[in-house]
Design a protein around this ligand. Sequence first.
Ligand code: DC
Length: 240
Amino acid sequence: MSKFITIAVDGYSSSGKSSMAKELARAIGYNYIDSGAMYRAVALYCLNKGYIAGDGVIDTAALESDIDNIAITFSLNPATGRSDTCLNGENVESEIRSMRVSNCVSEVAALPFVRRALVKQQQAMRGRSGIVMDGRDIGTVVFPDAEMKVFVNASARVRAERRHKELIAKGQQVSFDEVLRNVEERDRLDTTRADSPLRCADDAEVLNNDNMTIEEQNRWMLDTFHRKLAEATAAADAQR
Ligand code: DC
């Protein structure tokens, strides 16, 4: 019987972890979940509901009393073959990637009641088949028992260049400096928050992809997967 493993991919914003995680899931036939998209959907919900004031202050009481009304699901987009994020049934895939959402998502993601609600949903997504989930706390909090953990890093400048290119390609008018500032600020918020800060799990494989091509990264992921799967299968056999 073939064994399925759980794969946790964590790392800094715009480190390319989502593309790598998505490609690995496609190559090995596993489900892929972008947990960052879930935090982005909650941030968009707050903006739409007016829970975030002009100065960026979040009405946490209003959000907390409304948190159970936020349903985040993923649905396959037949045009792209990708899984799109839906907020209460509405496709918000493009909206959640805007700078408007990027600028407030880290504050929303730092709220303990938001994390509790989303971690619960994320843990429930691990079914009987294999899963690849990417985020900031997947290997440390969501699936601390994941058989494969990857921590992706790259310099802030390289990450900002990638993100800037992506946004320009999507037609968004944004300067490189603004993107770099956003990347650095999100690093600061993600690593210093009190609840589940971004950190590398002790048993994670670390990948710095500053100087790697996409093909090299995908090959590294696939090689790591085969090694981890063999280790997990051997461990399961030894227990029988
Ligand atoms: O990966 P991303 O940039 O789309 O993530 C958006 C934000 O959500 C980012 O500020 C970090 C936060 N996040 C988190 O706190 N925990 C996760 N598991 C995933 C994302």
